[in-house]
Write a protein that binds this ligand. Structure first.
Ligand code: NAI
Length: 462
């Protein structure tokens, strides 16, 4: 029986980061992974391959729509679907191999196979038993489909199947206007697929700042998306490789249906803990299927911890990574900590959408006195030069203290811009602190500064 200081189950961003940090802090660490490659959903079938597809199709969009304007004339590129898939896989392989290298470098043992926890401090993989002072559940999540919908990953797909379609569909119905639906919908819309999104709520991207969500929907509509909001999908019928999606409008209960070559079910994800033996072990679970943990990631079983999508909180790779690092420190006897108030969220469409902290709706609901500083990318020279002047930066600050409470950006490189606000918030900065910080010209980040200026005496270029 092999013995470790920590056994981590799952090699996604939560698990592998936890393992590397724990090893760096001197612990003897093993990671158990059932997939053939490291990196979990994010690297294999999530964040990374989808970003490759978004990049490839964004480049196509640029060639089709903006090249001629810049004097770059000629035929737009045609799509070699097999090559695009191969490029995507190369990106994935490079990243998963990278984690393998990091494991070797940090002396993390990789145990291949599916794990179950047979007793406190004991894990079984195949016929082998392993023991550890600490066991970490970092098993992530899986797509949560709807009753009445049979996913075959060919005609009716989750995000996983959407990455490996045999050919580009002529039409696609996306169920759910969340992040997955809009990112993968963007990939196919840019490839010429007619994309219709059916969403239960009356707005897209639940939880996003309302003003941003509204603008986001308008921009996506301009890009060819069709939206049917306030519609509950009832079921999907597949005949001869074609799908019929039936839905009911919530306002009057009237029913209708849509035909499509492909249906993407993007109605959320749920914690993946099946087969771990948690019930037999008596691990306390939450009603929605996540593992119950305390503020230090501990379950009710001594030495058993859980992080990432398997516990409460936003299902984001970087949230899992931060929990992984914090838990490694706790296991090494230090004080690990995650600031849940400053976790950015990014949608990698074009334009990107990014947010951190409170939305305006949340501040209103909390009865908090706040001020809004807004700046449109139309006033940003760099954005205008590259046909990316749609969108704006919206900074929210406390009305009295000027402390930054949140930021919401729709526009070029929003997913990178948001981080200067994250750092500012970590330091408890005021909008004025940002406004008084010199920003290089011409950069997109000047729009963030201008939004901060708009919280005070006013933006310059608006
Ligand atoms: P989501 O929870 O973001 O959105 C699901 C949507 O489906 C909701 O708007 C919901 O109202 C709608 N819906 C549910 N049932 C429905 C029905 N019967 N008919 C019509 N609409 C229905 O889930 P999504 O997009 O599947 O993503 C799953 C998780 O993965 C999320 O937590 C997301 O944050 C994360 N993720 C994050 C990414 C990023 O940060 N860029 C990328 C991809 C996923």
């Amino acid at each position: 029986m092999a013995s470790f200081d920590a056994i981590i189950i799952g090699a996604g961003p939560g698990g592998y980061v936890c393992a590397i940090r724990a090893a760096q802090l001197g612990l003897k660490v093993a990671v158990i992974e059932g997939r053939d490659t490291l990196g979990g959903t994010c690297l294999n079938v999530g964040c990374i391959p989808s970003k490759a597809m978004l990049h490839a199709t964004h480049s196509l969009h640029e060639a089709e729509h903006n090249f001629a304007k810049m004097g770059l004339k000629g035929k737009s590129p045609s799509v070699d679907w097999d090559q695009m898939q191969a490029y995507k896989q190369e990106v994935v392989d490079g990243n998963t191999k990278g984690i393998e290298f990091l494991f070797k470098k940090n002396k993390v043992t990789w145990i291949k196979g599916w794990a179950s926890i047979t007793a406190p401090g004991q894990v079984k993989v195949g016929d082998d038993l392993h023991e550890a002072k600490n066991i970490v559940i970092a098993t992530g999540s899986e797509p949560a489909t709807l009753p009445g919908i049979a996913v075959d990953e060919e005609t009716v797909v989750t995000s996983t199947g959407a990455l490996t379609l045999k050919k580009i569909p002529k039409s696609m119905v996306v169920i759910g206007a969340g992040v997955i639906g809009l990112e993968m919908g963007s990939v196919y819309a840019r490839l010429g697929t007619e994309v219709t999104v059916v969403e239960y709520l009356d707005a897209i991207t639940p939880g996003m700042d309302g003003e941003v969500a509204k603008n986001f929907q308008r921009i996506l509509t301009k890009q060819g998306f069709k939206f049917i909001l306030g519609a509950a999908v009832q079921g999907v019928d597949v005949k001869n490789g074609k799908a019929k999606v039936s839905y009911k409008l919530r306002k009057d209960d009237s029913g209708a249906s849509l035909d499509a070559d492909c249906v993407l079910v993007a109605t959320g994800r749920k914690a993946f803990t099946a087969g771990l033996g948690l019930e037999a072990l008596g691990v306390e679970m939450l009603p929605r299927g996540q593992v119950k943990t305390d503020a230090h990631f501990a379950t009710n079983i001594k030495g058993l911890y859980a992080i990432g999508d398997a516990v409460v909180g936003p299902m984001l790779a970087h949230k899992a990574e931060d929990e992984g690092m914090a838990l490694a420190e706790i296991m090494a006897g230090k004080a690990g900590h995650v600031n849940y108030g400053v976790i950015p969220g990014v949608v990698y469409t074009s334009p990107e959408v990014a947010s951190v902290g409170a939305t305006e709706e949340q501040l209103k609901e909390a009865g908090r006195a706040y001020k809004v500083g807004k700046f449109p990318f139309m006033g940003n020279a760099r954005a205008k030069a590259v046909f990316q002047a749609e969108g704006f930066v919206k900074l929210l600050a406390d009305a009295t203290t000027d402390r930054i409470l949140g930021c919401h950006i729709i526009g070029p490189a929003a997913g990178d811009l948001i981080h200067e606000v994250c750092v500012a918030m970590e330091f408890g900065a005021s909008a004025q602190d940002l406004a008084l910080t010199c920003h290089a010209h011409p950069t997109y980040s000047e729009a963030v500064r201008e939004a901060a200026l708009a919280c005070g005496d006013g933006a310059i270029h608006a």
